[in-house]
Structure formats: C-alpha cells, structure tokens
Design a protein around this ligand. Structure first.
Ligand code: ADP
Ligand code: MG
Ligand code: MG
Length: 198
C-alpha cells in the first residue's frame, strides 16, 4: 500500500530527476520552444519539496494536492498549470485515505491526466506531455516499471510527430524530428514514481 511518505518520496525523486536532466529538458525546449522547460520544472519541484517539508500533509491525496497547488503558483509556463492540475486532480481523486493501492493510484492518475487534456485541449498524438502520460496510466494498472517504460517509449514516440498544442505548434512542420520537452519530463515523473516504489 502507498502512504503519504511514498508520495513524498515520489515528489523528491522527481525533483532530483529534474535537477539531473534540467539542461537536457532546456535543450529540447530550445529546439521547439523557448528554452525554459528545465528551469521551469526545477523551480517548481524545488518549491514542491520545500512546501511538503514545511507542511507535511499526512495522506497520499493531500501530498499530491499540495504539490499540485504549489506547481500552479510557482511555475509561470504552460507546464506549471498542466502539471499542477495533474497532481492536484490526482490527489483529489485519492480522497482522504491514509493508504492507497497501485490500482487506486492508477485510476486517480487517469483522472488527473484527463484533467490535463481538458485544461490544455490536447489529445494523444498532439506531441505533448499526454503522449507519455496516457500510456503510463494504462501500464500502471500492470506495474510501476511497466508505467515507467511506457512513459519513456511515449516520450521517444513524440519525435516524428507534428506539434498541435503549445508553443511548439507555432513551428508547424518544423516541430517534426524533435522530442517533446513535456513528454520527456513526464517520463521523468513516472520514472521517479517507479523509483519510489522500488
Ligand atoms: P512554455 O511552453 O510556456 O514555455 P514549458 O516549456 O515549461 O512551458 O512546457 C512546454 C511543454 O508543455 C510542452 O513540451 C508540452 O509537452 C506541454 N504543453 C504545452 N501546451 C500543452 C497543452 N495544451 N496540453 C498539454 N501539454 C502541453
Ligand atoms: Mg518553454
Ligand atoms: Mg516559457
């Protein structure tokens, strides 16, 4: 079963992965965006770990909801409200249970990902974070490692796609041939989830 401490490990592992990969995320965003994705997420997840240390919410749902609110208020770019909504909505869907199963987390994350789609108007194949998140949710019903693998594969599969949402969509055909930064950071997020579970 997954408790509040598990969710905090997930958020810490995400912050560490984002730190490690910040330059790579920024490189990807400089090719088809405005070169701030690494810095946006570093700032955001540093703030998330700080607020979780300070407030120490005691249920899994409360940890994710607080993390989401913090991302929304800290990150200015498109990814802040989108990742913030993902975590806030996932946290809300978990309710106030003290422990949840992987299956319950998969279902809640599905609700979070649906909320991202609703907020940003993107769907599968639009070359966004959803291209990593949607297959990850699907595979999380099976196992944590399967989810991480699916997210990584989803991020790689954005390379040949043409962006239809966000800044990269302004490039039209010129967005083809580049990996989407947000799908790449989503693979880090889900990789960190598998790390927390290992
Ligand atoms: P900004 O584009 O405002 O600089 P970031 O660089 O932090 O924000 O994030 C860019 C990423 O956000 C993209 O690579 C993409 O994955 C994701 N993104 C942008 N717009 C949308 C959207 N409408 N729906 C889903 N994801 C989106
Ligand atoms: Mg950007
Ligand atoms: Mg920006």
């Amino acid at each position: 079963m997954l408790d509040a401490a598990f969710m905090r490990r997930w958020m810490s592992a995400t912050a560490a992965a984002v730190d490690r990969e910040a330059a790579h995320l920024t490189d990807l965003d400089s090719a088809i965006g405005d070169a701030d994705h690494g810095a946006n997420l570093q700032r955001g997840f540093q703030a998330v770990t700080a607020v979780l240390d300070k407030e120490a919410p005691d249920t899994p749902g409360a940890v994710l909801a607080l993390a989401g609110r913090q991302l929304i208020s800290t990150v200015g770019g498109a990814s802040g409200p989108l990742y913030g909504t993902l975590l806030r909505r996932t946290g809300k869907a978990l309710g106030d249970a003290g422990e949840v199963s992987r299956e319950q987390l998969a279902e809640a994350l599905g609700a979070g990902v649906a909320a991202v789609g609703q907020l940003g108007g993107a769907a599968a194949g639009d070359k966004t974070m959803l291209d990593a998140l949607l297959p990850a949710v699907e595979a999380l019903g099976e196992s944590f490692p399967a989810a991480a693998e699916a997210a990584g594969a989803g991020a790689l599969a954005t390379v040949p796609l043409r962006a239809r949402k966000g800044r990269a969509s302004y490039l039209g055909e010129r967005s083809v041939g580049h990996q989407d930064p947000g799908a790449t950071s989503s693979a880090l997020l889900i990789g960190a989830l598998a790390e927390a579970a290992a």
